[in-house]
Design a binder for this molecule. Sequence first.
Ligand code: NAD
Length: 249
Amino acid sequence: MGSLLQDKIAIVTGGGRGIGRAIVTEFINEGADVIIFDKVFPEDIDSYVSEQTAKGRKVALKTIDITKTNEVQNICDEVAKEFGRIDILVNNAGITRDKLMIRMSEEDWDAVLTVNLKGAFNTIKAVSRVMAKQRSGKIVNISSVVGVMGNAGQTNYSASKAGLIGLTKSVAKEFAGRNINVNAVAPGFVETEMTATLSEEQKNAFLSIIPLKRPSKPEEVAGVVAFLSSDKAGYITGQVLCIDGGMVM
Ligand code: NAD
């Protein structure tokens, strides 16, 4: 157990499973209390929470759809009241609806942009007053390497993740005067349920352009997010850190 995030209060969206869950575990291991925002929690969530709280930290579950602007504001206000402050926000919730542009429906476009980009707008806006008043905060947005380099079959997803980078840099400039750091990470190919649906052909296409020749584990993303959420990263803002085995250099 470390103390990188000792006694920090963190919100992690989409923290029920995958990369989000790995971030929650890393945060708990580093001494934070975590509030997980998720639309649907998996069946094993209660045993996961018991395992984490046994380490002496708090884990709170909030069932919420991050696309609902007013609900997000209300829940963030509740969290601020209950926990006294909000030190860290990780925008991790995201979805894919992959299709070639020619076959992509308006619904596919809207769904992905609304969760991945508007969702982050909602949460950032909802915590901004609290963080500004505290004159401290760390926001980490989980973008993707395809937001940097594009990807055939993922125009909606790539656009949402590129949008998240623009959001990160703009908010970093707006919030810097309040001592709030805003950064993004751009993971490459991470082994989670989201990528389990990729075909062997798609997986091999990714592996062929990854210099480290392997996918990453969610924990390898979580460690970087914990660092960027910590006081050790106090002089880093508006950056996009690729965690991609060298795919983008
Ligand atoms: P995942 O599908 O395993 O988990 C996503 C989580 O977000 C789920 O718990 C889901 O319930 C939640 N979620 C979805 N829509 C939501 C909504 N409207 N409101 C609240 N919660 C919602 O995905 P993952 O692989 O763990 O990915 C996590 C993040 O990392 C995503 O933003 C994804 O785009 C990004 N990412 C993943 C990879 C990868 O290879 N897996 C690569 C780059 C970036």
